[in-house]
Design a protein around this ligand. Sequence first.
Ligand SMILES: [Fe+2]
Length: 253
Amino acid sequence: MNPDPNPQTSDPDSIPPGRIDIHSHILPSIDDGCATVEESLQSVRTLIEHGFVGTICTPHCWPNNFPHITPAHIKAWRDALAQEIEKAGLPYQLWTGGELRIYPDAVQWMQANGVPTLADSPYVLCDFWEPRWQDWIDETLDWLLDNGYTPILAHPERSPTHDNFEAHLDRIMDKGVLLQGNLRCFTGEEGHYPDQAIRQYMTEGRYTLLALDMHRPAVLQGRLDGIAIASEEFGEERINAMLDSEVRRLLFS
Ligand SMILES: [Fe+2]
């Protein structure tokens, strides 16, 4: 059997200097992200031009819309795209992950399918879309924390939950949940509320990490523009750390 030509590695010494995107729908034909291998490769080329050296593949783990997406399948899809990247001669690394949808049966789903951790670390990217806070959001986060995982809540600035939302954020952050902001929200493309909320949460120091949450190459540039806008407003050093050294400290050390 041929060895994998572009294996997943968490060895920090084997990852070249540069940015790492921890939230990405780059795997082709899996969810609402890249539609083809060529779109994935085109995205990789653009990411390299913007200083990225790798991406954690985080397709939606939500059986209501994407029943075929499980950690086992994500590993196989990651390996297949990594081989295409290798064949194309692109210096770029991929890791497995997932964007776990928090929904009433999320714990049962993980018990049946496994936990979609980021790059084999104990960190788990999560999202939810609820107009009001629900008990099962806490129950899912608590289950992860009790089992040794650290949830990273994706893009809270985009949440439609507006009933005392910041108090809920305070509570889950006190438990150990981390927050990840979406760079696109700095550009105004997401609308007024996320645009205002991401700046508020940056000022309050709520985010540990930022990410592109890229989907398709046609709309990648707007997300990359967010890096320059955020750097201008909050300092290049701080933004770079949230895309580079903080990612390495959490996931690859
Ligand atoms: Fe996402």
